[in-house]
Write a protein that binds this ligand. Structure first.
Ligand code: SF4
Length: 408
């Protein structure tokens, strides 16, 4: 059978660079069945395949109009006895299955057991990467540097990727993770481990919420490979034991936690004190969710409150602007410019580490090209300051660089 696989995020998002694990598992499963599997880089020729899978992680990844209609149920077609529960059968007899949070948000059906627990096909993207290399070589000629160019593909080439655990008990309203009410063991490391890959990447939703976190992490550490947890870890449930083992790891990149709610301020503060007993790393980052509870000055102030606390513990914020399946509330806000500027300031650590919010806006103004006009960042800051001088006075001049590591 000829099987086509579409990673919709790869096609629809120019800068997307992370393998779709479901696509890799589907590929491996079909290859084992003797099928001919291709990663498709467009929707044009799906008619030449008997079976096509389309997977999407991000809700705002664009897809073709006809596919939007399928998803919205305008063309339910005939039932097709595919083995995925969420099949959609088209009229031209191509059996199309769609899946992932990008289509179903919090209601994404699971893959069948035999696919979910199949070792991923880590070679699924090889041909695409080769093509990208050839294109870049012919564009850049003598200036092409393969090592530099390959950095963007490291997630495809360097990592064994999987879920040691799945599920979460918190059911945060803004999260796609609503299916379970606990964290449970999902795959053994062996299931997705590739000896030839130098690093490990775990996609677990709330790893430290699993009662078995310790033996699972110890097992991963035994591999001796650098590892990382891709999702924000749940700081609220961290204990000294957990910090100790986590910070003993050869960690790859930033340690990323979540600081989603201002109501967790005290507990996060308490945990930050503990965290700093175990690491002096300057690569501890926290996702700061904004635009969910409201999109007004209170939400902006709550973001600054969290940023200030993180600065005190030499941690970095990463602003996450809330969006659901179809809606990005911050875009409708009168403070849209503040949301954009906050994200640009915080999410570029090279700026955040050196400049206050005000200095960041001033730096933007200094390189603004149209003389005599004011840049968007400066305008957002000045408008906000005029209306809420107390908030501005408290937060706009704080600088990460002025804080020292807290005393133990
Ligand atoms: S704790 Fe994290 S994974 Fe769990 S529901 Fe909340 S956001 Fe989702």
């Amino acid at each position: 059978m000829k099987v086509g696989i579409i990673d919709a995020d790869l096609i629809g998002r120019a800068k997307h660079r992370f393998p779709n694990l479901a696509c890799e598992k589907i590929s491996a499963f079909h290859k084992e069945m003797g099928d001919e599997v291709s990663l498709l880089m467009s929707y044009e020729d799906i008619g030449s395949f008997e079976k096509v899978y389309i997977s999407k992680v991000f809700t705002d990844t664009p897809i073709p109009e006809w596919l939007v209609s399928y998803v919205d149920g305008e063309y339910p077609g005939e039932s097709y006895p595919g083995f995925l529960p969420n099949f959609i059968s088209s009229k031209d007899a191509v059996d199309i299955s769609i899946g992932g949070t990008g289509f179903y948000f919090d209601k994404a059906p699971n893959l069948p057991y035999e696919i979910e627990h199949h070792k991923p096909d880590y070679n699924l993207y090889d041909e695409w990467i080769e093509n990208e290399i050839s294109k870049a070589k012919s564009e850049k000629g003598d200036n092409f540097n393969l090592t530099n160019f390959m950095v963007q593909f490291k997630e495809y080439t360097d990592y064994s990727i999987g879920f040691l655990t799945r599920g979460c008990f918190r059911k945060c309203k803004f999260c796609v993770n609503q299916k379970y009410d606990h964290v449970f063991e999902h795959s053994s490391l062996e299931e997705f481990y590739d000896e030839t890959r130098p690093k490990l990447c775990f996609l677990d939703d709330n790893f430290f919420g699993c009662p078995k976190w310790k033996p699972l992490l110890e097992e991963a550490l035994k591999s001796g490979k650098p590892l990382k947890f891709k999702q924000g870890m749940d700081e609220r449930i961290m204990t000294e034991d957990k910090f100790k083992l986590l910070f003993s790891a050869k960690y790859d990149g930033d340690f990323t936690f979540a600081f989603d709610n201002i109501s967790d301020y005290n507990i996060i503060h308490d945990k930050l004190k503990k965290l700093r007993k175990y690491t002096k790393s300057t690569s501890v980052k926290f996702y700061v969710l904004v635009g969910f509870e409201s999109v007004d000055e209170i939400d902006i102030e709550n973001a600054f409150k969290r940023i200030e606390l993180l600065m005190r513990y030499k941690c970095l914020p990463y602003i996450m602007r809330y969006q659901d399946k179809k809606y990005q509330p911050w875009k409708e806000s009168e403070f849209k410019g503040m949301y954009v500027t906050l994200a640009r300031w915080c999410n570029q650590p090279s700026f955040f580490k050196k400049k206050s919010f005000r200095q960041f806006c001033e730096a933007n103004q200094a390189i603004h090209k149209t003389e005599g006009t004011i840049c968007a960042s400066m305008k957002a800051m000045q408008d906000f300051e005029k209306r809420f001088p107390d908030i501005a006075k408290k937060y706009f001049d704080l600088r990460y660089a002025d804080y020292n590591f807290p005393e133990e």
